[in-house]
Ligand binder design. Sequence first.
Ligand code: SF4
Ligand code: SF4
Length: 302
Amino acid sequence: MNLKGIHFLLTYSCNYTCDHCFLYCAPSSKGTFTLYQINQILNDTIKIGTVEWIYFEGGEPFLFYPIMLEGMKLAKTKGFKIGIVTNSYWATSVEDARIWLKPISEIGVESIDISDDLFHFDDKINNFARNARLASESLEIPTNSITIESPTIEEGIDKIHDKGKPVIGGGAMFRGRAVENLIKGLPTRHWEILNSCPYEDLVDLGRVHIDPFGNVQICQGVSIGNVWKTPLSKIIAKYDINEHPICSPLIKGGPSELVRRYNLNHEESYVDECHMCYEMRLKLIDKFPEFLCPKQVYGLDE
Ligand code: SF4
Ligand code: SF4
């Protein structure tokens, strides 16, 4: 296993409720890490031996700014590179954004990803992302923009033979709330050709996301263990795709294999692999509760 990155979902809570959110985050979402828990996981991460990067994301991690900051300090002290992902709601002006970012730059953060699109800011004159980017660059923090646009239909793509490539432009992933809000009117593909997982390496994990409930997720809502029951280093060392009831069919034949393996009812076609995978997982959630969790990222109550 060549695991390079641990991504803390510091909190599921977010001040926004974006249409494309694949974790179904909202202001009322439950679950936030404590500093003690972050430290516990970082100490165990050292034992894995291959991890270089620790990311803090959410939800919106800046909602828990002091804990994010202390978590970053802990990660830095233990020798990791640090990244953050934020929607930049806090960047009300460049000057004020610098105040938020100065302590972060002093820690020596290697990357900040800033959401900059109309899903997050439906008012075009909202300059939060721009303010955050300018402030971050002025403090010499390496800065990236994440831009997700409304789904568009790409021209000229062979829907049969280019399987694995998105036929829909815009960058939204059709999981979570995006399935509820964004798929209407989009072209679909026959379920039998949705026979691979195009976005995640399910065998040789490069990164995992860990949520405050302990779930170690290799795609949103697909868990390979719980760090509050088993140390992370053990979960990673023991991960065997052949024993995972969701990942083993996915690697054999993509979302369409979930249908065959578990004899699931299905539609004739779906927008893409993730759309079908998500819908099939919803049907399996009560059969495999420890592998398909937490329920809230499927828009369901616990
Ligand atoms: S996409 Fe990001 S900003 Fe939007 S609700 Fe989800 S976590 Fe919040
Ligand atoms: S939703 Fe399913 S098909 Fe899409 S990346 Fe995740 S595991 Fe792969």
